[in-house]
Design a protein around this ligand. Sequence first.
Ligand SMILES: NC(=O)c1ccc[n+]([C@@H]2O[C@H](COP(=O)([O-])OP(=O)(O)OC[C@H]3O[C@@H](n4cnc5c(N)ncnc54)[C@H](O)[C@@H]3O)[C@@H](O)[C@H]2O)c1
Ligand SMILES: O=c1ccn([C@@H]2O[C@H](COP(=O)(O)OP(=O)(O)O[C@H]3O[C@H](CO)[C@@H](O)[C@H](O)[C@H]3O)[C@@H](O)[C@H]2O)c(=O)[nH]1
Length: 448
Amino acid sequence: MRVCVIGTGYVGLVTGACLAYIGHDVICVDNNEAKVKLMSSGQSPIHEPGLPEVMQSAIAKGKITFTTDIAAGVTHGEILFIAVGTPALPDGQSDTRYVEAVARSIGEHLHDGYRVIVNKSTVPIGSGDWVRMIVMDGMAAQGGSSKAEFDVVSNPEFLREGVAVFDTFNPDRIVLGSSSDRALKLMQELYTNIINREFAEDKTLSPVPVVVTDINSAEMIKYAANAFLAVKISFINEVANVCDRVGADVVEVGRGIGLDSRIGQKFLQAGIGWGGSCFGKDVSALIHTADDYGYNTELLNACVKVNQQQRVLVVEKLQQVLKILKGKTIGLLGLTFKPDTDDMRDAPSITLIDQLSRLGAKVKAYDPIVSQSGMRDGFSNVIVETDAERLADGCDALILVTDWKQFKSLDYAKMVPLMANPVIIDARNFLDRASLETAGFKYVGMGR
Ligand SMILES: NC(=O)c1ccc[n+]([C@@H]2O[C@H](COP(=O)([O-])OP(=O)(O)OC[C@H]3O[C@@H](n4cnc5c(N)ncnc54)[C@H](O)[C@@H]3O)[C@@H](O)[C@H]2O)c1
Ligand SMILES: O=c1ccn([C@@H]2O[C@H](COP(=O)(O)OP(=O)(O)O[C@H]3O[C@H](CO)[C@@H](O)[C@H](O)[C@H]3O)[C@@H](O)[C@H]2O)c(=O)[nH]1
């Protein structure tokens, strides 16, 4: 099928490349010229395992092209995906201005035929009708000459960064929200190979469940899923804080409760709290939507508060060991919000850098992906080292911030003599306490 994906970030590029890989004819549109140039040469502007291979294979087969020309994309696609960012505004509500610009532009370039316009971006509940209205406005701007027809579908995305390609070929479910049978039929056809697990790791599994529902419910499913996961993490972090006080080990507790099939083992890793581009903004947007209707989301407010406290708690643990942080050098192991990505949006490391700098400490960092030049404006005070031993050199403490798997096998014994003070705060409960203590570290975990 002919597909156009508008917005080639973590979601749009992965979606476009994977759909092209399975045989669709895809045009990816982005208004960032430098990105389009890079992608056209087969390179991915983001670090996402497996993505360059999928892109290059699709390019070699002539299944995907990249352009800044939205008119070309809109003319080409039977299915038009909107996959631009919806970041949070300062008051917590979703900033839908990029979606609006794209929807208008689609309308301005829709001249004839039938299209399915898909909201892939995470958009506030009610955006389906709003996008329809904006597209119609764009079409009206053609002066009544447009003969095009279209339907809007909500098809929220559930991929995780770092495993985005895997998640696209092995989804837990596909959600389709629409009142149009015609549009729903085309969407099911688009995803047939994925539904039948033809590109899945385990091809013997039964087909991917497809949740066909109304647009509002589809939009709500996305927010509710992220909110539930954020609450689950805040819950285990709260349990960890009680464990710290009573002398229990939250890792054991998580294992013990997670074996209950009603609870499940996943998302029970206590630590520095959740971060990333989605949980914070999506929970805030849901809180904001509820507030628009006069409803106070007590549980979600608490989930956010626990998460904010959890980041600060790591600094408090450091203060308990070192007492004064002014004049101390602290080394951060990891900068990205999670492993296997280059994404630092709402990363806990940023809060740590702010807090530690405010308290007068010097901050150094080492991350397998983020280099000194990759640090965004405002963080020039952070020295990004090129390996973990250089990081340890002269530090009064290390904080394990991101659970990159290569951090498990660092030569910690070699790092101890390099440090002014061999302290490590394992803010993810990721490392082996016994071997670090044998190496000479004072080990501090989270809730254990
Ligand atoms: N990142 C994730 O893991 C994830 C997962 C599920 C859902 N989502 C949702 O998907 C959406 C996109 O997220 P993302 O992380 O991929 O965003 P992103 O910021 O990485 O990418 C957005 C892209 O859109 C482009 N863009 C902006 N305005 C444009 C325009 N007018 N025309 C063409 N291109 C334009 C930008 O240049 C950028 O490349 C958001 O709503 C997000 O909530 C993200
Ligand atoms: O037990 C856990 C699991 C995760 N995290 C943290 O939670 C955050 C989010 O992790 P994860 O969900 O793996 O990453 P994302 O790529 O942000 O994916 C989430 O956000 C996406 C954007 O909406 C959704 O598509 C995904 O389904 C949803 O998992 C990260 O900071 C993790 O370190 C924990 O602290 N403890």
